[in-house]
Design a protein around this ligand. Structure first.
Ligand code: NZQ
Ligand code: ZN
Length: 388
């Protein structure tokens, strides 16, 4: 295990079908005014809204509602939330929803007292947060992003065709009841599952040292594959849903990044596609993965070695008699068969992209240098063309 690192994760996380019972205790730590941020109304249909409101009332809190947080939340919506949080002087922002609502709460928390323009300062310039930050809590209703236990916040700006991230601060607490995810529609469920897989791969597919993080990553992938099939067959399989939810948290709470350079190019490509199409996050990732990984396998021996290892350790591929390259490709093909089984988008056309916007998508795609190949612009264009 090479590299030096500090691991610290400050989020207190309550897990299980009785996890919401802990909300009352958590609320005691904050002042009287709570901003309740939520999305387009699913929590009103599945009853989670009523359960949370009951806890807030029991705790004697004043509720300031911020509904309508959209998937791929926008900077305009963040500014609306920040203005309300400022005028109401809220003491806590409670996000009830998926990654979008949780990301949104963090962005509002860091923008309310920010003296700069938050889009320019945080998302475009990665300026250090120096203003007062409002604490955030999260009641998670969908598994995928890991936002419940990380500092990340991904915000879209449609006027500029950009989707960018910033690291604010971890939620103070998170409440994860796997039963809350039973009602997630299949299209979103599989997007979340591939998001989890992609988070693990972005960290696993980097570095060439023998690293404990990679063994943990392999275990997480094996659990995810098993549970994804069970949840697909029965969306109310508690055991499967709970494993998926817990795997999502560990896939992106920084643990498996320890000692790793980490890649994140699938995310840069997927986010750039979404900047133009507003497509669902997990499907933008599945749509670009195949073309990107094939390029890595053509150009990097380290990528071949890692895909070969994954073929055996994760996908149970029998590699006897195969060359390294053949074994690596067989691993990738087995993964793609699983992706098709789930019903994921396998090309960016399905996500609403077309050849006319490829140059623009390439402009919106930052290039990272932690993976097995540092892409050039022509590589990005080729990946996008091969993903059409
Ligand atoms: O709007 P509501 O009513 O909440 O409905 C949502 C939304 O339509 C619905 N949903 C969520 N829970 C449900 C439910 N429907 C029925 N029953 C439930 N229990 O599902 C839809 C998608 O929700 P969303 O929150 O957008 O999904 P997800 O959790 O996948 O979050 C995606 C966002 O997170 C960002 C993505 O870029 C995207 O903007 N990410 C955040 C990361 C982070 N913070 O670390 C990392 C990720 O890589 C990702 O970029
Ligand atoms: Zn993701």
């Amino acid at each position: 295990m090479l590299g030096n690192f500090t691991f610290h994760n400050p989020t207190r996380l309550h897990f299980g079908n009785e996890a919401l019972d802990q909300l009352g205790k958590e609320l005691k730590n904050y002042g009287p005014k709570i901003m309740l941020a939520y999305g387009g109304g699913s929590i009103k249909q599945n009853g989670i809204y009523d359960l949370v409101i009951a806890e807030l009332r029991k705790a004697g809190k004043t509720i300031v509602e911020m509904p309508g947080v959209m998937p791929n939340p926008t900077i305009d919506k963040v500014m609306e939330g920040a203005a309300l949080a400022r005028s109401e002087k809220v003491d806590l922002i409670l996000a009830v929803g998926g990654g979008s609502t949780c990301d949104y709460a963090k962005a509002v928390a860091g923008s309310t007292y920010c003296e700069e323009d938050p889009w320019e300062y945080y998302f475009k310039s990665f300026g250090k947060m120096k203003c007062r930050y409002i604490p955030v809590g999260c009641v998670l209703t969908m598994a995928g992003t890991g936002s419940e236990m990380n500092a990340g916040s991904v915000i879209s700006n449609h006027a500029e065709n950009r989707k960018m991230f910033y690291h604010f601060r971890n939620p103070e607490f998170a409440i994860l009841n796997p039963e809350f995810t039973f009602s997630v529609p299949k299209y979103q469920m599989v997007a979340g599952i591939y998001d989890i897989m992609s988070h693990i791969l972005e960290q696993y597919l980097s570095g060439s040292d023998d690293n404990t993080s990679d063994y943990i990553a392999e275990g997480l992938m094996r659990s995810l594959i098993t549970s994804s099939r069970k949840a697909l067959a029965d969306p109310e399989d508690y055991e499967a849903r709970s494993n998926i939810m817990w795997t999502a948290t560990w896939a992106l709470n920084t643990l498996i990044a320890m000692g790793k350079p980490t890649d994140w190019m699938v995310h840069m490509l997927g986010q750039a596609v979404a900047a133009f199409t507003d497509a669902t996050h997990g499907h933008t990732l599945s749509a670009v993965s195949g073309a990107y990984y094939r390029l890595l396998l053509e150009e990097s021996d380290n990528a071949v070695a890692k895909f070969k290892r994954m073929a055996t350790n994760v996908w149970n591929v029998n590699t006897n008699g195969l060359s390294d390259a053949q074994a690596a490709h067989k691993g990738l093909e087995t993964m793609e068969a699983w992706m098709r089984e789930l019903g994921l988008a396998m090309n960016i056309t399905e996500c609403g992209a077309s050849s006319e916007i490829i140059e623009g998508i390439a402009d919106a795609c930052p290039i990272n240098d932690g993976g097995y190949k540092v892409l050039e612009r022509k590589d990005v264009i080729n990946i996008l063309k091969n993903s059409l």
